[in-house]
Design a protein around this ligand. Structure first.
Ligand SMILES: [Zn+2]
Length: 253
């Protein structure tokens, strides 16, 4: 997988919220660790945060252009929220527009919430960087940098690990992708491998008939395979489906 990682702000005049902690420092800490973790797990990472920009608009455009030009598989923008100072916990929310993006967002949010942060849900505001990127894209508001409770709970290492697990699973398997044959034994419907798959529209499901399907590569992550179909007319993008270890579809309707 090729990830586009956008460490939010950090490009004056595009600077983040300043509260108990500076958003710029928080996004940099989390993003840097996330990049290390994804790279260590064998994925390639494109760093999308620009060095300079004349305006905030240019800063955002450069992030989008970097992701699109490099044709990353998933774009991830890291931010921290601010509202008004409070001692109350406020929590995490993730923005995503397409169904594929929302599935990824749910997977990541589930992991962040495990750290103890309040679940503010997946939201669909069309922020510039997720609206203008041409691949599944999420914008993570990790938690609130003006909430004493959130900042006490926050740890950059834990947050980066949660995001990583949400994106690629917690498998430490760094083996190279293996070409192979997927054996489908009965007519079924494939669907994205998220626990929220039932929330997705019907059009994201793929009908498939029994048979052997040559794939360019697939990579095993727990019960999940990332699959690249050999026949481009069949599927034109990597898909994340649930199979058992023999390549048989586990999830079906
Ligand atoms: Zn921000």
């Amino acid at each position: 997988m090729k990830f586009g990682i956008d460490i939010g702000h950090n490009c004056p005049p595009d600077t983040g919220a300043v509260a108990i902690k500076k958003e710029d420092d928080l996004t940099k800490a989390v993003g840097t660790k996330l990049i290390e973790k994804l790279s260590a797990a064998g994925h390639s990472v494109i760093y999308c945060t620009p060095n300079t920009a004349a305006t905030v608009g240019e800063s955002l455009r450069k992030r989008v252009d970097k992701a699109n030009a490099n044709q990353v598989d998933i774009f991830v923008s890291i931010h921290f929220n601010a509202a008004s100072p409070t001692n109350e916990p406020r929590g995490a929310e993730i923005y995503a527009i397409s169904n594929a993006s929302k599935a990824i967002a749910q997977s990541v949010l589930k992991e962040i919430v495990k750290l103890g942060f309040k679940n503010r849900g997946v939201r669909s505001t069309a922020f510039f960087v997720i609206k203008n990127t041409s691949m599944p894209a999420i914008l993570i508001e990790c938690c609130f940098c003006d909430s004493r409770a959130d900042m006490n709970l926050f740890d950059a290492e834990e947050m980066a690990e949660a995001i990583k697990v949400g994106l690629i699973g917690d498998s430490d398997d760094t083996s190279a992708p293996q070409p192979g044959i997927l054996q489908i034994s009965q007519a079924t419907v494939l669907k994205p491998s998220t626990e929220q798959a039932t929330d997705l529209n019907r059009e994201t499901l793929v009908n498939i008939t029994p048979g052997n399907f040559p794939v360019l590569d697939f990579r095993y992550e727990e019960r999940h395979y990332w699959v690249k179909w050999k026949d481009k007319s069949q599927r034109n993008r990597d898909e994340h489906f649930i199979f058992d270890e023999h390549g048989k579809v586990v999830e079906q309707e």
